[in-house]
Design a protein. Structure first.
Lengths: 247, 324
């Protein structure tokens, strides 16, 4: 079986710092896979390389059998590989509905398809997905008026509006209050189950990632340290060393 | 503003646009200039306000339209109106083509870098036109005489610019309600995110600038005839007047809004006409003070200020570009 996302020997250097060093890993279709590692271990760098924000220095990245190593961000996004940001990125001077309407992948992204008023179908999809994320009541508020946690949910809703095949989520629960975290986990699981979206998740909250992910990759110092089920990773002595310091 | 009140306001302005040239016939030239300024502010706002790309070079498109129009009038030998119409269309086409070519190069630059890159456009164009014999070099060109007395000419241009301003307004109002309008706003708010969503940001930015260039080409095309002379630096590529004004008017009224540029151009034009008569010789100083005043007291423009002052009256609309 070939993986939906396959990374082979990815390396990325910033000046003298090696952020990613010969990393290889796979994310199978339809699963929830976690990416963990201490601060500075290269998780966000790897995400940025995958989505084309900056190119890798070496190695290759394939998404659904297609070479995407040299593609640009927007092209990769159009293939259905969508990332969300650690610091939320929403359009703050626009209402939640407008944030949703722009991205409607079904309504198209071509110039002529865009030159039409927001259709009833788009509005309906947007309302459904906002309801899914618990933001229906806030749909006419400016995105800038939402709390940080609500913005994260809006970003998830916006991502789903794009009909993604795989979502790269950079710390979806960071900075969210503990009550809301449970809701986020449930919604991610439902998105995975109901919409068939593969999830590849960076997460610092160990309890969250152990609940959510079926498989976990752990990075340390830019290298792939360990891979396995949550239980295997949790018991791995190298992972404990990386987080707590070697004994 | 509610949709109903906007419609009433638009109707009122339309009535004024039709009635004014007859109500105050002595001011026909000023009325024509008012509508031309409204168009300039509106077109500047497409990229400057809605997309967040401040251009200081839009005067290029205006000047190109002015030259193209007068050259067509000079060289085709058609009767006045036919030559003017063909000239304006030619100017608009050339301006739009230039926007596509230049845009595909400099619209890759983000924010301030784009603004700086556009600074030189009008100046460079003025230098080129000033040294090109085909365009009359430094002494510029003279458009053909209007085939009627000056009062009729002013009436003609007042209605021509009114029609063009009204069409531009209606077209932009419709455009900002589409998903394309939303995409422009998205680029303004967060271009990285827009790209991460798979939007073709480069194409949209170029399209926006091209629309502005097309309309500015038409506007400049008639302006040479209205003013009676085409000078490379004083009328065509007049960066220090029209070029600065269009930015100023949009900001004064409230950039990134549908009505802001219209309001800004009106307030600016009236203020300026008053200053012209009472502060002869000091206009530039007064203009400088106005710029400082706007930036200090109305950084969000009159509409932006009004929205903060009376937030309840400006509740967000559900659809469209979001900011009326």
């Amino acid at each position: 079986m070939s993986a939906q996302l396959a990374i082979r020997g990815a390396s990325k250097r910033f000046g003298g710092v090696t952020a990613n060093d010969d990393i290889s890993m796979e994310v199978p279709q339809g699963r929830i896979v976690g990416l963990i590692g201490p601060n500075g271990s290269g998780k966000s760098t790897l995400f940025n390389s995958i989505v084309g924000y900056h190119p890798v220095d070496g190695g290759s990245i394939r998404f659904e059998e297609r070479e995407i190593t040299r593609m640009r961000t927007a092209e990769i996004a159009r293939l259905g590989l969508i990332r969300t940001f650690q610091q939320t990125h929403v359009f703050v001077q626009m209402s939640c509905m407008q944030n949703m309407a722009i991205g409607d992948a079904e309504a198209g992204r071509g110039l002529l398809r865009l030159m039409r008023p927001v259709s009833a179908e788009t509005r309906e999809r947007a309302e459904t997905l906002l309801a899914f994320c618990g933001l229906y009541g806030k749909r006419h508020l400016m995105a800038g008026e939402l709390s940080f946690g609500q913005r994260k949910l809006l970003e998830l809703a916006m991502a789903l509006m794009l009909r993604p095949r795989m979502l790269l989520l950079d710390e979806p629960t960071a900075g969210i209050n503990p009550t809301l975290i449970k809701g986020v986990i449930e919604r991610l699981q439902r998105a995975n189950r109901e919409f068939g979206v593969t999830l590849f998740v960076i997460e610092h909250n160990m309890r969250v990632i152990m609940t959510l992910a079926e498989h976990i990759h752990c990075l340390a110092h830019g290298r792939l340290l360990a891979s396995g089920s949550p239980d295997e990773v949790r018991r791995d002595a190298r992972v404990l060393d990386a987080y707590l310091g070697a004994r | 503003m509610s949709a109903r009140r906007q419609q009433l306001l638009a109707l009122g302005i339309a009535a004024a646009g039709i009635a004014l040239p007859f109500a105050i016939p002595d001011f026909r030239a000023q009325i024509a200039m008012l509508w031309a300024l409204v168009i300039m502010a509106q077109t500047w706002d497409i990229t400057g306000g809605q997309t967040g790309y401040n251009s200081f070079g839009n005067i290029l498109f205006f000047g190109v339209g002015m030259y193209a129009s007068v050259v067509v009038q000079r060289d085709t030998g058609l009767d006045y109106y036919a030559a003017l119409a063909l000239g304006m269309a030619t100017g608009a086409a050339i301006a739009a083509t230039l926007a596509v070519l230049l845009g595909s190069m400099i619209l890759r630059m983000r924010g301030h870098y784009f603004a700086i890159a556009t600074l030189g456009l009008g100046i460079a164009a003025g230098e080129i036109a000033g040294g090109w014999d085909y365009l009359g070099a430094g002494s510029g060109l003279s458009p053909p005489l209007f085939p009627a007395p000056p009062q009729t000419a002013n009436l003609f241009f007042a209605y021509l610019y009114f029609a063009l301003a009204a069409l531009t307004f209606a077209a932009l109002a419709a455009l900002y309600r589409t998903r394309f309008g939303l995409a422009l706003n998205a680029i303004r708010d967060n271009e990285d995110k827009a790209e991460a969503m798979g939007l073709r940001t480069g194409l949209y930015k170029i399209t926006a600038w091209t629309i502005a260039a097309f309309v500015l080409g038409l506007t400049g095309g008639a302006m040479g005839n209205m003013l009676g002379f085409v000078d490379p630096r004083d009328t065509a590529f007049a960066g220090a007047t029209f070029g600065v004004w269009m930015v100023l008017m949009a900001i004064l009224g409230g950039k990134g809004t549908l009505w802001g540029p219209v309001l800004g151009a009106t307030v600016f034009h009236i203020t300026q006409e008053l200053l012209w008569t009472h502060l002869l010789g000091w206009q530039r100083v007064a203009l400088g003070l106005i710029i400082v005043g706007i930036v200090v007291f109305f950084p969000q423009g009159i509409l932006g200020w009004a929205r903060t002052r009376w937030p309840a009256r400006h509740e967000q609309r559900e659809q469209g570009s979001g900011r009326a």
